[in-house]
Design a protein around this ligand. Structure first.
Ligand code: ZN
Ligand code: ZN
Length: 127
Protein backbone atom coordinates (compact mmCIF):
# COMPACT_ATOMS: atom_id res chain seq x y z
CA UNK A 1 0.00 0.00 0.00
CA UNK A 2 1.29 3.46 -0.84
CA UNK A 3 0.44 6.85 0.58
CA UNK A 4 -2.01 7.65 -2.19
CA UNK A 5 -3.97 4.46 -1.73
CA UNK A 6 -4.02 5.13 1.96
CA UNK A 7 -5.48 8.59 1.45
CA UNK A 8 -8.19 7.13 -0.76
CA UNK A 9 -9.00 4.43 1.71
CA UNK A 10 -8.81 6.45 4.86
CA UNK A 11 -12.48 7.43 4.79
CA UNK A 12 -13.49 3.81 4.34
CA UNK A 13 -11.07 2.87 7.07
CA UNK A 14 -12.62 5.36 9.47
CA UNK A 15 -16.06 4.26 8.32
CA UNK A 16 -15.11 0.63 9.01
CA UNK A 17 -15.99 -0.30 5.46
CA UNK A 18 -12.67 -1.93 4.72
CA UNK A 19 -12.09 -5.65 4.94
CA UNK A 20 -9.87 -6.67 7.83
CA UNK A 21 -6.87 -7.38 5.59
CA UNK A 22 -7.00 -3.86 4.16
CA UNK A 23 -7.40 -2.37 7.59
CA UNK A 24 -4.30 -4.19 8.78
CA UNK A 25 -2.32 -3.09 5.75
CA UNK A 26 -3.46 0.45 6.30
CA UNK A 27 -2.60 0.44 10.00
CA UNK A 28 0.78 -1.05 9.20
CA UNK A 29 1.46 1.63 6.60
CA UNK A 30 0.46 4.43 8.97
CA UNK A 31 2.73 3.09 11.69
CA UNK A 32 5.67 2.85 9.28
CA UNK A 33 5.17 6.12 7.42
CA UNK A 34 5.81 9.47 9.07
CA UNK A 35 3.92 11.31 6.36
CA UNK A 36 0.78 9.27 6.86
CA UNK A 37 1.22 9.37 10.60
CA UNK A 38 1.12 13.16 10.20
CA UNK A 39 -1.94 12.78 7.98
CA UNK A 40 -3.89 10.86 10.56
CA UNK A 41 -2.49 12.92 13.41
CA UNK A 42 -5.60 15.13 13.54
CA UNK A 43 -7.57 11.94 14.12
CA UNK A 44 -5.16 10.92 16.81
CA UNK A 45 -5.24 14.42 18.18
CA UNK A 46 -8.97 14.10 18.47
CA UNK A 47 -7.08 14.37 21.66
CA UNK A 48 -6.33 11.68 24.10
CA UNK A 49 -8.24 13.76 26.62
CA UNK A 50 -11.43 13.62 24.59
CA UNK A 51 -11.00 9.93 24.04
CA UNK A 52 -10.50 9.34 27.72
CA UNK A 53 -13.42 11.60 28.60
CA UNK A 54 -15.79 9.76 26.30
CA UNK A 55 -14.48 6.28 26.94
CA UNK A 56 -17.37 5.40 29.23
CA UNK A 57 -19.89 6.34 26.52
CA UNK A 58 -17.86 4.43 23.98
CA UNK A 59 -17.87 1.29 26.07
CA UNK A 60 -21.54 1.69 26.96
CA UNK A 61 -22.36 1.91 23.28
CA UNK A 62 -24.20 5.19 23.91
CA UNK A 63 -21.86 7.10 21.63
CA UNK A 64 -22.93 8.06 18.11
CA UNK A 65 -21.64 5.85 15.30
CA UNK A 66 -19.32 8.45 13.77
CA UNK A 67 -17.84 9.41 17.13
CA UNK A 68 -17.27 5.85 18.17
CA UNK A 69 -15.55 5.09 14.85
CA UNK A 70 -13.11 7.97 15.17
CA UNK A 71 -12.55 6.93 18.75
CA UNK A 72 -11.90 3.35 17.69
CA UNK A 73 -9.44 4.62 15.10
CA UNK A 74 -7.71 6.75 17.68
CA UNK A 75 -7.41 3.78 20.01
CA UNK A 76 -5.93 1.76 17.20
CA UNK A 77 -3.30 4.40 16.49
CA UNK A 78 -2.53 5.58 19.97
CA UNK A 79 -0.78 3.17 22.28
CA UNK A 80 -1.23 5.44 25.28
CA UNK A 81 -4.99 5.38 24.91
CA UNK A 82 -4.96 1.69 24.20
CA UNK A 83 -3.13 1.18 27.47
CA UNK A 84 -5.58 3.48 29.17
CA UNK A 85 -8.47 1.49 27.75
CA UNK A 86 -6.96 -1.72 29.08
CA UNK A 87 -6.51 -0.20 32.52
CA UNK A 88 -9.99 1.25 32.37
CA UNK A 89 -11.60 -2.06 31.52
CA UNK A 90 -9.61 -3.74 34.25
CA UNK A 91 -10.84 -1.14 36.73
CA UNK A 92 -14.40 -1.80 35.66
CA UNK A 93 -13.89 -5.52 36.12
CA UNK A 94 -12.42 -4.97 39.58
CA UNK A 95 -15.22 -2.60 40.51
CA UNK A 96 -17.77 -5.19 39.45
CA UNK A 97 -16.05 -7.90 41.45
CA UNK A 98 -15.83 -5.79 44.58
CA UNK A 99 -19.43 -4.62 44.35
CA UNK A 100 -20.60 -8.18 44.78
CA UNK A 101 -22.12 -8.70 48.20
CA UNK A 102 -19.40 -9.52 50.71
CA UNK A 103 -19.30 -13.08 51.87
CA UNK A 104 -21.10 -12.94 55.20
CA UNK A 105 -20.42 -15.41 57.97
CA UNK A 106 -23.23 -17.93 58.06
CA UNK A 107 -25.80 -17.03 60.73
CA UNK A 108 -25.43 -18.80 64.03
CA UNK A 109 -27.54 -21.91 64.25
CA UNK A 110 -30.65 -21.49 66.40
CA UNK A 111 -29.64 -24.30 68.72
CA UNK A 112 -26.37 -22.54 69.55
CA UNK A 113 -28.14 -19.23 70.14
CA UNK A 114 -30.60 -20.95 72.50
CA UNK A 115 -27.80 -22.66 74.42
CA UNK A 116 -25.95 -19.36 74.88
CA UNK A 117 -29.11 -17.56 75.98
CA UNK A 118 -30.00 -20.36 78.40
CA UNK A 119 -26.49 -20.22 79.84
CA UNK A 120 -26.68 -16.45 80.27
CA UNK A 121 -30.09 -16.74 82.00
CA UNK A 122 -28.86 -19.22 84.56
CA UNK A 123 -28.54 -18.00 88.12
CA UNK A 124 -24.94 -16.85 88.86
CA UNK A 125 -24.13 -19.76 91.23
CA UNK A 126 -24.86 -22.30 88.47
CA UNK A 127 -22.17 -20.88 86.12
ZN1 ZN B 1 2.38 6.89 3.75
ZN1 ZN C 1 -4.49 8.84 22.54
Amino acid sequence: MNCQTLRQKLAEYVGEMLPAADRDALSAHILGCTECTALVKPLRDLACREVIDSLADYLDGTMSGADSRSLALHLELCTECEDYLDAYQQTIRLAKTSSEPPCLDPPLPDALVRTVLAWRNRPPEAR
